[in-house]
Ligand binder design. Structure first.
Ligand code: ATP
Length: 494
C-alpha cells in the first residue's frame, strides 16, 4: 500500500510519532501491567506508518482523550480508575519506604531486606535478619529508622517469625484520629463461623484488635463494656452483634435506651426495652441455659460446642436498667438472673455483653463483675471508676480508662470516642474502635443476605399477657414503663 504524502497526512504522522515517543519514554518507568495501553498505541502507530490510514492515527491520538472523558464522567470507570491508582500508589509508597529503610540499615552496616506494608495508622516493616546479623542489631537500628522514616513511634511487634524482625511504625495519633471507612465486619464477603474472631479496632501500633464470640475450649465469653456517656461504648458492642448475627448466632437484646441497638431489632430473636421485659428475658435465658446444661450432662460433655447448636448472644445495653431498677422485687429477680448467667453461661455456649455508663459497684455488683472475662474500658472520669472496670488499673501503671484524654469537638463529639483499654485478652491494650452507626446496621445485614427473624405471632400476645416465667421477650415502647397491664384473656392461638 502507498503512503499518503499530503501535508495533513504528514502532520498526522508527526503527531502520532510524538505521542508514541512520549509513550515509549513512559514505558521505561511503567510497571508491566500498565503497559498494555502503550502497546496498543504502538501497534496503531505502526499501522498508520505502514498503511497511511488516517483513521488509525486519529484513534491513537483521540483514545487517551476518550478514556479521560470516560473516567471523569462515568462513575464505574472513575471508581475502577481510583481503585487502580490507590493500589498503584500503595505499591509505590511501600517500595519507596522499603528502599529508604534499606538505605538506613546499609548505613549502619546491616545489609537487610525490608518489606513495608501500610496500615491506616502506620506501617509494618518486616526486616529479614542478614546473614551473620542478629535480632538485637536490627532492634538497635530502630531509632535511626524511626527518625529517617518519620514515624511517631517504631516498636517491635510481638509476632516475629524466625529470621525476621517485625517493626510497627505509627504515623497517626490513635487518640486524635477516628478510624475512617467501613468497619471490617461490615465489609462484603465477611464470613465467619460463630467461633471466629472479630476485628473491632486498631491498637496503637496500627495492628488489628480481634475479639472472640465463642471459644471452642471455653464456650461463651462475658464482656463488660463501660465508659462515660458518649465515649463510644456502642462501637465494639455493635460490631460484635453484627458479627454474631452474620455468623448465625441467636441474638437477645436488652435495649432500655432504645437508641444503641434499635437497628438490630428485626434480627433479634428476643428484644426487650422495659425493666420488667428485660428481667423476663434474663430469666428466660437462665431457663435456656439450664436446658443446655442438662443436655450437656446427658452427653457427658463439659462444654457447649458449635455442633450442639448456635451461640446465644445476650446484649444488655445499660445494666443499670436492671441493677438500679426502682422496683425492689424486680431488681432482685434481675440480679439473681444476671448472677446466674455471669457464673454459668460460658459452658452453655452463651456470650454476654454487659454495658454501662455508670461503672460503680452498685451497678455491677462484685459477684457479677468477678465473672466477666473481657473488660473494655472507655474514657471515665476517676481512677476509682477505672478500678471497677479493670481491677488494679488505677495503680498498676499499665494504662487505665481515666487516663484516656478527650474533649468535645465543635460538633459535640468526644474526640476520644471509640478509644478504649482492653483487658483480659493478653497484655492490656489501648485501641481505637471502628464505628458502625445504627442507621447502617439494617443495610449491612440485609446486604449480607441475613434474613430478619420471623417472630412468632405470640410475640404480640406476650405484650398483652406477660408472665414472669414465660420465655417471652417483650417488645418495647408500646408497653407501659412501670407495670404491664395483665389481661386475663388468653393469647390468640393459645
Ligand atoms: N469508634 C468511634 N469512632 C468515631 N466516632 C465514634 C466512635 N464511637 C462513637 N463515636 C461517636 O461518638 C458518638 C457517641 O457514641 P456512642 O453512642 O457509642 O457512645 P456511648 O458511650 O454509647 O454513649 P451513651 O452511653 O450516652 O449511649 C457517636 O454518635 C459517634 O458520633
Amino acid at each position: 500500500m502507498t503512503e499518503t504524502n499530503t501535508p495533513a497526512g504528514d502532520a498526522g504522522t508527526a503527531a502520532v510519532l510524538a505521542v508514541l515517543a512520549w509513550r515509549l519514554l513512559r514505558l521505561v518507568f511503567t510497571p508491566f501491567h500498565r503497559r498494555v495501553w502503550v502497546y496498543a498505541c504502538l501497534v496503531l502507530g505502526m499501522a498508520e506508518r505502514a498503511h497511511g490510514a488516517g483513521v488509525l492515527g486519529a484513534t491513537a491520538l483521540a483514545s487517551p482523550l476518550a478514556w479521560w472523558l470516560l473516567r471523569t464522567s462515568w462513575a464505574p470507570a472513575s471508581a475502577w480508575y481510583a481503585a487502580r491508582e490507590t493500589e498503584h500508589r500503595a505499591g509505590r509508597y511501600s517500595r519507596e519506604r522499603s528502599q529508604a529503610a534499606r538505605a538506613v540499615l546499609a548505613h549502619l552496616n546491616l545489609d537487610a531486606e525490608v518489606v513495608v506494608a501500610s496500615f491506616p495508622f502506620g506501617d509494618e516493616l518486616t526486616v529479614r535478619i542478614p546473614h551473620g546479623g542478629t535480632r538485637a542489631q536490627v532492634l538497635n537500628a530502630a531509632p535511626a529508622l524511626r527518625e529517617a522514616l518519620g514515624y511517631l513511634t517504631l516498636n517491635a511487634a510481638d509476632d516475629d517469625a524466625p529470621g525476621v524482625v517485625k517493626l510497627n511504625g505509627v504515623t497517626r495519633d490513635l487518640l486524635s484520629d477516628p478510624l475512617e471507612g467501613p468497619a471490617p465486619v461490615a465489609a462484603d464477603g465477611w464470613e465467619a463461623a460463630a467461633g471466629s474472631w472479630v476485628t473491632v479496632a486498631l491498637d496503637r501500633n496500627g495492628k488489628d484488635v480481634e475479639l472472640p464470640l465463642f471459644l471452642p475450649a471455653a464456650g461463651g465469653l462475658r464482656y463488660l463494656i463501660a465508659g462515660a456517656s458518649g465515649s463510644g461504648k456502642s462501637s465494639c458492642q455493635t460490631q460484635l452483634t453484627v458479627a454474631a448475627i452474620r455468623s448465625g448466632a441467636r441474638v437477645w437484646l436488652a435495649d432500655p435506651k432504645q437508641t444503641e441497638m434499635a437497628g438490630f431489632r428485626p434480627w433479634a430473636e428476643r428484644y426487650a426495652t422495659t425493666p420488667d421485659g428485660i428481667v423476663e428475658m434474663l430469666e428466660a435465658l437462665c431457663v435456656e441455659m439450664r436446658a443446655r446444661q442438662g443436655a450437656l450432662a446427658g452427653q457427658f460433655q463439659s462444654c457447649w460446642t458449635l455442633a450442639d447448636g448456635p451461640v446465644v448472644l445476650l446484649v444488655v445495653d445499660e445494666l443499670s436498667a436492671v441493677t438500679m431498677c426502682g422496683d425492689k422485687k424486680l431488681k432482685e429477680r434481675g440480679l439473681r438472673a444476671l448472677e446466674d448467667l455471669a457464673a454459668r453461661s460460658r459452658s452453655a455456649g452463651i456470650t454476654l455483653i454487659l454495658t454501662t455508663q455508670q461503672p460503680t459497684t452498685d451497678v455491677i455488683p462484685s459477684v457479677i463483675r468477678s465473672n466477666l472475662d473481657i473488660r473494655i474500658g472507655h474514657r471515665v472520669m476517676t481512677a476509682t471508676v477505672s478500678d471497677v472496670i479493670i481491677p488494679g488499673s488505677a495503680r498498676d501503671g499499665l494504662g487505665a480508662p481515666h487516663d484516656i484524654p478527650g474533649s468535645y469537638d465543635r460538633s459535640g463529639r468526644l474526640t476520644c470516642a471509640g478509644v478504649f483499654y482492653l483487658d483480659g485478652m493478653g497484655p492490656r491494650t489501648l485501641a481505637r474502635a471502628w464505628y458502625i452507626p445504627q442507621a447502617e446496621v439494617p443495610d449491612i445485614l440485609t446486604g449480607a443476605g441475613v434474613l430478619p427473624v420471623v417472630r412468632p405471632a405470640q410475640e404480640a400476645s406476650r405484650d398483652r399477657a406477660p408472665s414472669p416465667t414465660s420465655s417471652a421477650g417483650e417488645p418495647d415502647a408500646a408497653r407501659p414503663e412501670r407495670r404491664p397491664r395483665r389481661r386475663r384473656t388468653p393469647a390468640p392461638g393459645a
